[in-house]
Design a protein around this ligand. Structure first.
Ligand code: AMP
Ligand code: ZN
Length: 120
């Protein structure tokens, strides 16, 4: 990957340099379990390209973001979320300080599974 920040933890996870519990990978997308899960299902999906946040997204990111959104529900169910409507899942993208973003590589939280959850 050329579009990578060597100091970014999620770039390094997507490149396999930092271990993670992988959920899914293709040429453009990497998904892995959150280390501090809020719920029975909680994984993160990232573009392999370093994109700092949702506020940095432009037209050229539309295909990969569209694919991530389309994949989220399928992976949630593979990871143990029950089907809609009694099951389902939540998709969250924290952006910037007010948005509660802690890791500055765009990531989609996919959260689900039977309640109660630790948060949310
Ligand atoms: P936020 O930027 O607030 O959307 O949250 C970043 C999320 O990344 C948190 O839920 C962390 O638990 C998670 N996280 C941070 N470092 C790692 C890591 N090395 N592996 C897996 N998840 C991580
Ligand atoms: Zn990155």
């Amino acid at each position: 990957m050329s579009l990578r920040d060597p100091n970014c933890v999620f770039c390094r996870i997507a490149a396999g340099e930092i271990p993670s519990k992988k959920v899914y990978e293709d040429d453009d997308i990497f998904a892995f379990h959150d280390i501090h899960p809020w719920a029975p299902v909680h994984f993160l999906m990232v573009p392999k390209e370093h994109v700092t946040s949702m506020a940095h997204v432009g037209p050229r990111h539309e295909p990969v973001l569209g694919r991530m959104m389309a994949l989220a529900g399928k992976l949630a169910q593979q990871e143990g979320a029950r089907p809609y409507p009694e099951g389902g899942f939540r998709v969250v993208v924290n952006t910037g300080a007010d948005g509660g973003q802690e890791v500055h590589h765009l990531h989609i939280h996919v959260i689900g599974g039977p309640r109660p959850w630790l948060k949310g």
